[in-house]
Design a protein around this ligand. Sequence first.
Ligand code: FAD
Ligand code: EPU
Length: 356
Amino acid sequence: MRFCKKPWKHTTRNKKRRIIEKNVSLKSYNTFGIDVRADWLAVIESEEQLLTILDDLPGMPKLILGGGSNVLFLNDFRGLILLNRIKGKKIIRETDKDIIVRVKAGENWHELVMWAVENNYGGIENLALIPGNAGTAPVQNIGAYGREIKDVLEQVTAIDMKTGKRTVFSNRDCAFGYRHSIFKEPENKGRYYITEIDLRLTKPPHPLYTEYGSLRKKLQEKNITSPTIKSIAEAVIEIRRSKLPDPAKIGNAGSFFKNPVISENKFRHLISRYHGMPHYRLNENRVKIPAGWLIEKAGLKGYREGDAGVHEKQALVLVNYGNATGQQIFDLSEKIIRIVREKFDILLQREVNIVP
Ligand code: FAD
Ligand code: EPU
């Protein structure tokens, strides 16, 4: 093997054995549960380890993996998986009103949310139970129940994998949009390894965000008239558990597609045919339509081809019932895109990162 000796260069044989493994199954490293293999896998626990590997293996194809909850592997990966497990967090600034917490990229996102709620730091409670690593959260600007990470993010620190240089991106530099950031742009994809993020979290009295329809409804159902960050996190967790499949039981990567944004003209045309169509107005000329509704209306909710399927409770989520291949899930997504386009003249875009 061409790469066999290189990773061993600057480390002892035993130490290297601990961080780089050969021919590894990725089934337990992606929440779709796709059974592919990687030529190499390194568990990255520090920046130093990362820099050594980048130095030793400049030409090898690499893929950063966090919790694997937003990827679909189509094939075996011919290269090195960098499994991000750089851990730690500390409060680096504090005032009467807020704190800045610096979080290493390999921390689990939901555990971070629970830590914040338990310590009465506000700002990320609406984002409870989103799987994955804290350091991946800025990549697609994770969002749920009316909030996005961009609302609390101060800066992102990353290593440029081309040069090995440390780069700091301010919130503005990240160019956040709906499920988008600079890290998803084609020229940057796979280039920056995020190592830590800084978040600004509030101290009481916290601004609270309860306007999202299903969250408001859940709080009413629970007779919560004076919500707290804790009761909001609990309500969000209940909603999510009631409709999203648990990846530990059934393979999935959350929403497979983004919610499309359409023009006012197209919206008027559709709403005149489908009076109850849910929608969210972004401005005078742009309206967001739930892709889950479009897929359901196209008759595909619960649709199944072998072990690849559309979830029965949330049509935006594609699932692996057991032994689906990445290609089978991808083919199903192609079919959904085609049928939705034929019926509504709307082109769905994938949210999940496809690894060819
Ligand atoms: P991975 O899948 O490991 O990686 C995703 C992408 O980021 C890949 O391209 C990878 O190469 C890259 N990447 C990973 N780590 C780094 C790093 N350190 N530096 C640079 N690039 C990196 N998302 C939402 O926004 N809102 C939701 O409500 C939501 N709900 C979900 C529910 C379920 C049940 C599931 C399974 C997923 C859901 N998601 C949601 C999607 C997913 O949880 C998020 O996108 C999450 O941030 C992915 O984190 P991860 O560590 O698992 O990423
Ligand atoms: N809907 C249907 N049929 C379905 C699914 C949804 O008609 O099968 C309708 C619902 O009735 C509702 C509307 O679509 O009127 C919106 O549904 P929901 O509140 O469940 O949210 P979503 O638009 O399907 C988005 C995010 C989720 C996020 C939730 C809550 C995207 C692509 N998805 O889903 O994020 O958790 O809102 O904020 O924006 C993810 O990104 O992986 C993800 C799960």
